[in-house]
Design a protein around this ligand. Structure first.
Ligand code: ZN
Length: 167
């Protein structure tokens, strides 16, 4: 039975993410703990590194610099795309993520910054780019990944049986 965090294992954690001002940006507090697969980039690199070898029950506070988090802000202005290039029935909101076809054929993530009557503005900067991230983590459980999870490179829920996840 695994009890420390190693590559390929599924980690179940409670987390609170604050920015440098101490404002809570995201938390699992009051909700189910979050599963992720360790060592495959499910979480930001700085947090993943800090959690390696931690034991079940440990509480860890980690400060992650932008370059080990969601990257530095690029400084490139956001770019407008006609609204009709998106599904008409989709409600588009700031910070939504889409996968865009880059000119060289690569698929890159982009995020919505703002929406006007006829355009959706997109940036390649993650909404938390440039932020120093302050994580408070509690390691709730560690378990082996199922075969299907290993294939997909992400957990299927806390116990590995969740069939309803996006890819
Ligand atoms: Zn999957």
């Amino acid at each position: 039975m695994a009890d420390t965090i190693q590559d390929g294992l599924v980690v179940i954690m409670h987390y609170t993410l604050k920015n440098a001002e101490g404002e809570v940006l995201d938390t699992s507090d009051g909700d189910d703990p979050m599963p992720y697969m360790h060592g495959v980039g499910n979480i930001v690199p700085g947090l993943e590194t800090a959690l390696t070898g931690k034991a079940v029950g440990e509480k860890v506070s980690v400060v992650v610099a932008p370059e080990d988090g969601y990257g530095e802000a690029s400084g490139v202005p956001d770019q407008g795309v006609p609204r009709d290039q998106f599904p008409a029935d989709l409600e588009i909101e700031p910070e939504m993520e889409f996968i865009a076809d880059a000119n060289d054929g690569d698929m890159i993530p982009v995020w919505v910054t703002r929406v006007t009557a006829d355009e959706v503005f997109l940036t390649t900067d993650h909404p938390l780019a440039g932020e120093t991230l302050h994580f408070d983590i509690e390691v709730v459980a560690v378990r082996e990944a199922t075969e299907s999870e290993k294939e997909h490179g992400h957990p299927h829920g806390v116990d590995g049986t969740d069939e309803h996840h996006d890819h």
